[in-house]
Write a protein that binds this ligand. Sequence first.
Ligand code: SF4
Ligand code: SF4
Length: 173
Amino acid sequence: MLRPGKLTFYAKKNEKENYRFRTWLKIHADPEELDEKFFRLHHELFAEYDCNRCKNCCKRYRGLIPVDEVGKDAAVLGLSEAEFRTRYLKEQFDAEEHAYQTKSVPCDFLQEDGNCLLGDHKPDSCKEYPYTDQPDRMGSLLSFLNFVSVCPVAYEILERLKKEYGFTSATPV
Ligand code: SF4
Ligand code: SF4
Protein backbone atom coordinates (compact mmCIF):
# COMPACT_ATOMS: atom_id res chain seq x y z
CA MET A 1 0.00 0.00 0.00
CA LEU A 2 1.33 3.45 -0.90
CA ARG A 3 2.17 5.81 1.94
CA PRO A 4 -0.40 8.65 2.23
CA GLY A 5 2.28 11.25 1.48
CA LYS A 6 3.04 9.64 -1.91
CA LEU A 7 -0.55 9.56 -3.17
CA THR A 8 -0.77 12.98 -4.81
CA PHE A 9 2.31 12.28 -6.93
CA TYR A 10 1.26 8.81 -8.09
CA ALA A 11 -2.40 9.69 -8.62
CA LYS A 12 -1.30 12.58 -10.85
CA LYS A 13 1.19 10.34 -12.67
CA ASN A 14 -1.54 7.75 -13.38
CA GLU A 15 -4.31 10.25 -14.07
CA LYS A 16 -4.66 9.66 -17.83
CA GLU A 17 -4.50 5.88 -17.43
CA ASN A 18 -7.10 6.02 -14.64
CA TYR A 19 -9.56 7.95 -16.82
CA ARG A 20 -8.95 5.51 -19.69
CA PHE A 21 -9.66 2.64 -17.31
CA ARG A 22 -12.91 4.29 -16.25
CA THR A 23 -13.98 4.51 -19.91
CA TRP A 24 -12.94 0.89 -20.45
CA LEU A 25 -15.00 -0.24 -17.44
CA LYS A 26 -18.04 1.69 -18.69
CA ILE A 27 -17.83 -0.12 -22.03
CA HIS A 28 -16.69 -3.61 -21.06
CA ALA A 29 -17.46 -4.37 -17.38
CA ASP A 30 -20.60 -5.88 -15.92
CA PRO A 31 -21.92 -3.47 -13.20
CA GLU A 32 -22.83 -6.25 -10.75
CA GLU A 33 -19.47 -7.96 -11.12
CA LEU A 34 -17.77 -4.58 -10.61
CA ASP A 35 -19.72 -4.02 -7.38
CA GLU A 36 -18.67 -7.48 -6.16
CA LYS A 37 -15.02 -6.78 -6.88
CA PHE A 38 -15.15 -3.38 -5.13
CA PHE A 39 -16.91 -4.90 -2.11
CA ARG A 40 -14.40 -7.75 -1.78
CA LEU A 41 -11.34 -5.53 -2.23
CA HIS A 42 -12.74 -2.92 0.19
CA HIS A 43 -13.12 -5.49 2.96
CA GLU A 44 -9.80 -7.25 2.22
CA LEU A 45 -7.78 -4.06 2.20
CA PHE A 46 -9.43 -2.17 5.06
CA ALA A 47 -9.12 -5.30 7.24
CA GLU A 48 -5.34 -4.98 7.05
CA TYR A 49 -5.03 -1.18 7.04
CA ASP A 50 -4.97 1.08 10.10
CA CYS A 51 -6.64 4.38 9.17
CA ASN A 52 -4.90 6.00 12.15
CA ARG A 53 -1.69 5.88 10.08
CA CYS A 54 -3.33 8.08 7.46
CA LYS A 55 -6.28 10.34 8.33
CA ASN A 56 -5.96 11.95 4.92
CA CYS A 57 -9.76 12.16 4.58
CA CYS A 58 -9.91 14.33 7.72
CA LYS A 59 -6.82 16.32 6.67
CA ARG A 60 -7.89 16.99 3.09
CA TYR A 61 -11.66 17.59 3.37
CA ARG A 62 -14.03 19.63 5.48
CA GLY A 63 -16.39 17.60 7.64
CA LEU A 64 -20.06 17.64 6.62
CA ILE A 65 -22.46 17.77 9.55
CA PRO A 66 -26.04 16.87 8.52
CA VAL A 67 -28.58 19.49 9.57
CA ASP A 68 -30.49 17.07 11.79
CA GLU A 69 -27.30 16.06 13.66
CA VAL A 70 -26.18 19.55 14.71
CA GLY A 71 -28.13 19.53 17.98
CA LYS A 72 -26.97 16.02 18.93
CA ASP A 73 -23.32 16.78 18.13
CA ALA A 74 -23.46 20.03 20.11
CA ALA A 75 -24.79 18.08 23.11
CA VAL A 76 -21.99 15.49 22.74
CA LEU A 77 -19.47 18.32 23.17
CA GLY A 78 -21.46 19.97 25.96
CA LEU A 79 -22.21 23.05 23.86
CA SER A 80 -25.36 24.86 22.89
CA GLU A 81 -26.30 24.53 19.23
CA ALA A 82 -25.41 28.20 18.69
CA GLU A 83 -21.98 27.78 20.32
CA PHE A 84 -21.30 24.64 18.30
CA ARG A 85 -22.18 26.34 15.03
CA THR A 86 -20.15 29.47 15.80
CA ARG A 87 -17.12 27.46 16.82
CA TYR A 88 -17.04 24.75 14.15
CA LEU A 89 -19.38 25.30 11.21
CA LYS A 90 -19.53 27.62 8.24
CA GLU A 91 -22.58 29.88 8.27
CA GLN A 92 -23.54 28.95 4.73
CA PHE A 93 -25.73 25.88 4.38
CA ASP A 94 -24.70 23.24 1.81
CA ALA A 95 -28.11 22.64 0.22
CA GLU A 96 -26.92 19.79 -2.02
CA GLU A 97 -25.67 17.78 0.97
CA HIS A 98 -28.35 19.08 3.37
CA ALA A 99 -25.48 19.70 5.77
CA TYR A 100 -23.12 22.31 7.19
CA GLN A 101 -19.46 22.22 6.26
CA THR A 102 -16.86 22.62 8.97
CA LYS A 103 -14.96 25.90 8.84
CA SER A 104 -11.53 24.58 7.98
CA VAL A 105 -9.40 22.09 6.13
CA PRO A 106 -8.16 19.94 7.85
CA CYS A 107 -11.55 19.32 9.42
CA ASP A 108 -12.08 21.25 12.65
CA PHE A 109 -12.91 18.06 14.54
CA LEU A 110 -9.57 16.36 13.78
CA GLN A 111 -7.52 16.27 16.96
CA GLU A 112 -3.74 16.19 17.28
CA ASP A 113 -3.77 12.51 18.21
CA GLY A 114 -5.61 11.72 14.94
CA ASN A 115 -8.98 11.03 16.58
CA CYS A 116 -12.25 12.73 15.69
CA LEU A 117 -13.60 14.96 18.43
CA LEU A 118 -17.08 13.61 17.64
CA GLY A 119 -15.96 10.01 18.26
CA ASP A 120 -18.66 7.49 17.30
CA HIS A 121 -20.98 10.42 16.55
CA LYS A 122 -18.97 11.40 13.48
CA PRO A 123 -21.19 11.71 10.40
CA ASP A 124 -22.03 8.65 8.32
CA SER A 125 -20.32 10.30 5.34
CA CYS A 126 -17.04 10.06 7.28
CA LYS A 127 -17.67 6.49 8.46
CA GLU A 128 -18.48 5.35 4.93
CA TYR A 129 -15.69 7.13 3.02
CA PRO A 130 -14.41 6.17 0.40
CA TYR A 131 -17.77 4.41 -0.22
CA THR A 132 -16.08 1.52 -2.03
CA ASP A 133 -18.37 -1.09 -0.43
CA GLN A 134 -21.52 0.71 -1.58
CA PRO A 135 -23.64 -0.34 -4.58
CA ASP A 136 -23.59 1.29 -8.03
CA ARG A 137 -19.85 1.71 -8.28
CA MET A 138 -20.22 2.07 -12.06
CA GLY A 139 -22.24 5.25 -11.52
CA SER A 140 -19.69 6.64 -9.06
CA LEU A 141 -16.45 6.03 -10.91
CA LEU A 142 -15.73 9.73 -11.49
CA SER A 143 -15.86 10.63 -7.80
CA PHE A 144 -13.93 7.45 -6.99
CA LEU A 145 -11.11 8.64 -9.28
CA ASN A 146 -10.90 11.82 -7.17
CA PHE A 147 -10.53 9.74 -4.02
CA VAL A 148 -7.43 7.88 -5.24
CA SER A 149 -5.28 10.97 -4.59
CA VAL A 150 -6.53 11.12 -0.98
CA CYS A 151 -7.13 7.55 0.22
CA PRO A 152 -4.39 4.89 0.00
CA VAL A 153 -6.98 2.11 0.13
CA ALA A 154 -8.96 3.62 -2.76
CA TYR A 155 -5.70 3.92 -4.72
CA GLU A 156 -4.87 0.27 -4.07
CA ILE A 157 -8.39 -0.87 -5.00
CA LEU A 158 -8.06 0.87 -8.35
CA GLU A 159 -4.67 -0.72 -9.05
CA ARG A 160 -5.98 -4.19 -8.08
CA LEU A 161 -9.03 -3.73 -10.31
CA LYS A 162 -6.76 -2.94 -13.26
CA LYS A 163 -4.87 -6.20 -12.60
CA GLU A 164 -8.05 -8.27 -12.18
CA TYR A 165 -9.48 -6.97 -15.46
CA GLY A 166 -6.08 -7.31 -17.22
CA PHE A 167 -6.07 -3.58 -18.01
CA THR A 168 -2.72 -1.91 -18.79
CA SER A 169 -1.70 1.43 -20.29
CA ALA A 170 -1.51 -0.41 -23.65
CA THR A 171 -5.07 -1.80 -23.51
CA PRO A 172 -7.22 -0.26 -26.27
CA VAL A 173 -10.45 1.28 -24.92
S1 SF4 B 1 -15.94 14.93 11.32
FE1 SF4 B 1 -14.37 13.66 12.25
S2 SF4 B 1 -14.19 11.86 10.90
FE2 SF4 B 1 -15.28 13.49 9.76
S3 SF4 B 1 -13.67 14.58 8.59
FE3 SF4 B 1 -13.97 15.65 10.57
S4 SF4 B 1 -12.41 14.75 11.93
FE4 SF4 B 1 -12.67 13.36 10.20
S1 SF4 C 1 -10.53 6.08 4.80
FE1 SF4 C 1 -8.80 6.27 3.40
S2 SF4 C 1 -8.15 8.43 3.54
FE2 SF4 C 1 -9.43 8.00 5.31
S3 SF4 C 1 -7.98 7.43 6.93
FE3 SF4 C 1 -8.68 5.52 5.98
S4 SF4 C 1 -7.14 5.08 4.40
FE4 SF4 C 1 -6.90 7.26 4.98
